[in-house]
Design a protein around this ligand. Sequence first.
Ligand SMILES: *Cc1c(COP(=O)(O)O)cnc(C)c1O
Length: 226
Amino acid sequence: MVNEAAWKEITADLKEKNITLVAVSKTKPVSDIQELYDLGQRDFGENYVQELVDKQPQLPADVRWHYIGHLQSNKVKYIAPFVHLIHAVDSFKLLLEINKQAAKHNRIVDVLLQMHIAEEETKFGLDEKELIELLEYYRAQKEQLPNIRVCGLMGMATNTEDEAAVRSEYKRLHNTFLHLKQVYFLTQPQFNTCSIGMSSDYKIAIEEGSTMARIGSLLFGARQSN
Ligand SMILES: *Cc1c(COP(=O)(O)O)cnc(C)c1O
């Protein structure tokens, strides 16, 4: 069962601001995804490769699948044939592998770089210095990477009730995005995405420059913890 009223409200809110809603369907059954699809939702996010690969053929071909989890290089090949956007790239090695697998399928795969903004040590991602290092490599070897497009940044805020802390983390990501755009992507309009905002904090993320929100539990209900 999906929350149709929540979907309508969030969709209207985001559409007005030109923000893409990625409905995060991890752990939820295909029937729930189909239900939101039938309402008009097209962008869905998953964060386990096996689960995504199982679900993808069971749903209409025009679903745009976002891979939002931590991706291991040896699993890129499974999603390369169809993935729409990979949100959480955090190494140059992974970029090389995505390029290689995308080339095999004659595709150009869009990616975001994950920035580490949360206080928690456990969250993946790159700090500002590491982002710059990666982009220096990328700039130097761009001709060898024709099958990827770097389209922006993704981040996860600290899991906290402290709204001011979340706001300042999102602000930091957005400022970094603007800076990197200026330095590395001035002539490349596809660098236009800030993937920030989840169920608990998407309103703050919108105020801080989100162009893409990843929302799960508000649409699909709470997940069983695992
Ligand atoms: C699960 C998940 C979300 C959505 O979380 P909700 O709190 O259910 O909205 C967003 N982004 C990532 C990376 C996730 O893993």
